[in-house]
Design a protein around this ligand. Sequence first.
Ligand SMILES: NC(=O)c1ccc[n+]([C@@H]2O[C@H](COP(=O)([O-])OP(=O)(O)OC[C@H]3O[C@@H](n4cnc5c(N)ncnc54)[C@H](O)[C@@H]3O)[C@@H](O)[C@H]2O)c1
Length: 284
Amino acid sequence: MAIESVGVIGCGIMGSGIAQVCAGHGYRVCVYEEEDQRLEAGMNSIKSRLRREVARKRLSKEHQDRTLNRIQTTTDLTKLGEADLVIEAIVEDLPVKRELFEKLGKICSPHAILASNTSSLSLSEMAAASTRPEKVIGIHFFNPPTVLPLVEIISSEVTDQETLDKTMSFCDSIDRETVRVKDSPGFIVNRLLVPFIFDAIRMVESNIATAEDVDQACKVGLNHAMGPLATADLIGLDVLIQISESMFEEYGEARFKAPTLLRRLVSLGQLGRKTGSGFFDNYK
Ligand SMILES: NC(=O)c1ccc[n+]([C@@H]2O[C@H](COP(=O)([O-])OP(=O)(O)OC[C@H]3O[C@@H](n4cnc5c(N)ncnc54)[C@H](O)[C@@H]3O)[C@@H](O)[C@H]2O)c1
């Protein structure tokens, strides 16, 4: 069966962007959150991104309206039972994701593909919890999903060929650039990126250089579009710690251990852009 409808679980930074991308490419999308308030916040961010695109004349008003009309929201998980593909983008916490996959295995129709947007957690564990491991796959979007076209496609040892083929075709249909990687903590990008960001934080922590200078050095010297500390603020400092924990646990290497300064900022509620400050301030 072809993929026609998509369920998205979690409507935060990633879920809202993923829902927008799928609806913008013609898919019917149903977004689930546990609370109405969260759904409203996520939908507001979708609306304001679309409005901005219309104001900049990059998108027609009709396209905006069609995109919004294709998105339904719900706090009833069983509504996702009709979806051909479900993509979860909830908190990066393995027991919570496992519990969700167990429910999805019962709720979703047998042909449905169950995908995780996890940044670093074991896809195989989620697959096992679902009781249909061959239909579980990783579709790892990048932040912000409405801008960055890369998707890492993660397969476990038991993901079947049909699931992989359908997922690759789906990603083509939403204009994504795909790379394939086996289930392993951090996959390709985060395995490289996290130690890089952590070294940048350690430099700031030990007063070797300011956050501004570390980022400027990477932008001008390495031709990066964004420095590592601004990237950390974009990802969310809490999410960065969550991502690193499973890599540290698996690889046991100190380079994957979250620096103290990062933990302090998170304790203070300075989570980066989403709270208005992190390594840099004044985010709107
Ligand atoms: N932030 C990034 O840069 C980034 C990039 C790629 C992948 N990811 C991954 O995407 C996932 C989501 O990250 P995010 O940055 O969007 O986080 P976020 O905190 O912005 O959003 C998570 C959303 O999930 C909801 N949620 C939590 N538990 C839930 C549950 N049991 N059922 C339904 N909804 C639930 C929360 O209410 C929240 O709205 C994580 O697995 C993360 O590792 C994040």
